[in-house]
Write a protein that binds this ligand. Sequence first.
Ligand code: URA
Length: 204
Amino acid sequence: AVVGDAVSAAADGLAGLQQAAASCTLCPLHCAATQTVFGEGPERAEIMIVGEQPGDQEDLAGRPFVGPAGKVFDTVAAEVGLDRSRTYVTNAVKHFKYEPRGKRRIHQKPNQGEVQACRFWLSQEIQLVQPKLIVAMGATAYYALTDGRERLEDVRGRPLPIEGGRILFVTVHPSYLLRIPDEARKADELARYRQDLARVGQMA
Ligand code: URA
């Protein structure tokens, strides 16, 4: 039913697609998650930003990149003049995957099957938004968009032509930056991420 719903919903644009995705059961992640966290942004944004999956706060809020990783993205994007409200922000996987630990919910990486199942939604978002430039933040997004298995460092920071005449640009995921314990290294990596997003702003 999900597939049938989505096919007819796509005719209603992103809002219809989002509505269909709200009852998605294409993989088991919907069982434990609070809700589907769909992408958001203008219907015809030139830039699409793709993350991995919603985190704890996104799962509760129902919006992508509103938690700690989202704050890093927002801050750096603002610093380099990349206006988030003009981009379409989404995730490779649209349900939060976690392991309960006491009162906390610990993020778990989505597996290949989950990423593949959720491509059903990501590819339709791309068809509707028709972005010129897609930014993959992290390896999961890169894999979801290309099937590519290259190391992130080998594809990072330069425009890559992909199908549909679009450009793919790969950078790290902002939560990677939050996990770097060493302050000096963190500052360096943050500077590289800033450089990447500045590049994105210039390309659009
Ligand atoms: N990390 C992601 O990849 N996406 C979000 O929406 C939040 C955190």
